[in-house]
Structure formats: C-alpha cells, structure tokens
Design a protein around this ligand. Structure first.
Ligand code: FPP
Length: 250
C-alpha cells in the first residue's frame, strides 16, 4: 500500500479518543545496527514526531506516551542520564512546533523524583501550552501504574480524614479523579511495538476496557502507516464493556 492511501480505510466516526503507546524496542533497534542504546532512543524521538503530528491531524483527543517508568531507574546510569538529557533537549527543540500545532502538553508521574532540569523543562512546556485546545500530549515520566494507584488511595484517605469525603462517597468516579489522569478519558487503544505482549505497569486502572494492538516492529521503525493500521483494526473490534450490546466494531 502506498504512503497516504491507507487513510481512506479509516472511519472518521469511530476514531479512538485516547491512544496510548508503550514506545518499546529502541535498545534492540540500536543493538541490531551495532549502535549504542542511546542512538535507539534518539531514533525513537524521530519516530515520535511523525506519530504526534499524525494524531494531531487525525483529531485524536489524547495521545499518552510511556517515556520513562519508575522501573527504568534500574538501567545503567549512563543510559538514564542520556534519556533525561534527550527529554530536555527534545522538549526545548520541539516546543515551538508543538505549540504552533495547538498541542497541549501534560506530564503524569512522580515529577518531584525527576532531575531538576527535567522538572523545569516539563513545567515550562505545560505552562506554555496550557491554553491550547488541540491534541493533549500526555507524557508518562517517572510513572508507574501501581504507584499511581497508591498515590490516589492516599489522596482519598486524606479527604476522608479531613471530612471532605465519607467512606460511602468513594466510588470509581471519585477514585478516577484522584489519578494523575484526572479529566482525561480512559485509553481506547493501547499500542505496544517490539513484539512484547504486556502492559508493564502502564495505566493499570485506566486500561480496564482498552483495546490492545501489538506489532513486532521496533519503535524507531514505527510509522504513520502502523498507527493507521492499528486504528483500522481497532475499528473492527466489538467493544461490549461487559454488556452484550455491540460497540465500536458494529
Ligand atoms: C523503551 O525501549 C523505551 C524507553 C524506555 C524510552 C522511550 C523514550 C523516548 C523515545 C523519548 C521520548 C521523548 C519525549 C520528549 C517524550 P527499550 O530501551 O526498553 O528497548 P529494548 O526493549 O529493545 O531494550
């Protein structure tokens, strides 16, 4: 299929509101080319630029990216430093273009645990784009799904202790409001490249009814065509949310 042709197979009435991506395979991509792992991450940023613009053009409401997990600190110090530097340099370099495209940046995760220079750049990017009304680019940094749930439990407990909530008030809706993703719809479609078939602690609560799409392609080789194919496949799914009624695929 020629580049560009594939768009015509999309049903614009059944677009996912929220797409989440676990950007995986950068290291193996680099290793196969005899390059250092950080070259894979740099190539990953290039792949990301194409996908952000594609999501913006397709009027996707939210694109969530798993950029650095709470478990990624276990990697060698040089790789962690290189990733942090890459985050800062990418944000600095791309912020004008993101802003011009009406993209709103939001960061989820334990921001306080990030190096100061990253925190500074992240806050700057959020502040600069806060009034934008286009694609919400939700970047998970120092993020872990279990930690997020614990954080939310503590927030709920605080409100109970302060008599702002009673035990009977606590329901799924209240709990969702305490998550980092407060105000965002749950992901409709979660994409994981690189052949791994797991969630790896990403959006655990929010993914209860998400559709999954996997591909063996490594993240640096992930193109707009793969994104469109994922959406086409998603549109064929029958989302029942536990009921028997037909959903998106009907
Ligand atoms: C997983 O591949 C990838 C990461 C841990 C980092 C992803 C981050 C980026 C692409 C930078 C994003 C930048 C911005 C501005 C959001 P891996 O290293 O685990 O690959 P492997 O499984 O092949 O080793």
């Amino acid at each position: 299929m020629k580049r560009g042709d594939i768009n015509q197979y999309l049903d614009i009435h059944k677009m996912p509101s929220h797409i989440a991506i676990i950007m995986d395979g950068n290291g193996r991509w680099a290793q196969e080319r005899g390059l250092p792992r950080v070259s894979g991450h740099k190539a990953g940023v290039n792949a990301l630029k194409e996908i952000i613009i594609a999501c913006s053009d397709l009027n996707i409401k939210v694109l969530s990216l798993y950029a650095f997990s709470t478990e990624n600190w276990k990697r060698p110090k040089e790789e962690v430093n290189a990733l942090m530097n890459l985050l800062v340099s990418s944000l600095k370099k791309e912020i004008d273009k993101l802003n011009e495209n009406n993209i709103k940046i939001r960061v989820i995760g334990e921001k306080e645990g990030l190096p100061e220079k990253v925190q500074k750049e992240v806050i700057k990017a959020e502040e600069r784009t806060k009034n934008n009304t286009g694609l919400i680019l939700n970047i998970a940094l120092n993020y872990g799904g279990r930690k997020e749930i614990i954080h939310s439990v503590k927030e709920v407990c605080k409100k109970v202790i302060n008599n702002e909530l009673t035990l009977d008030d606590i329901d799924e809706n209240i709990f969702s409001q305490m998550l980092y993703t407060n105000g965002l719809p749950d992901p409709d479609l979660i994409i994981r490249p690189s052949g791994e078939l797991r969630l790896s602690n990403f959006l655990l609560w929010q993914s209860a009814y998400s559709e999954f799409w996997f591909t063996p392609v490594y993240w640096p080789d992930f193109k707009k065509e793969h994104l469109i194919q994922a959406i086409i496949d998603y549109q064929k799914r029958n989302r029942r949310f536990g009921s028997i009624q037909t959903g998106v695929g009907e």
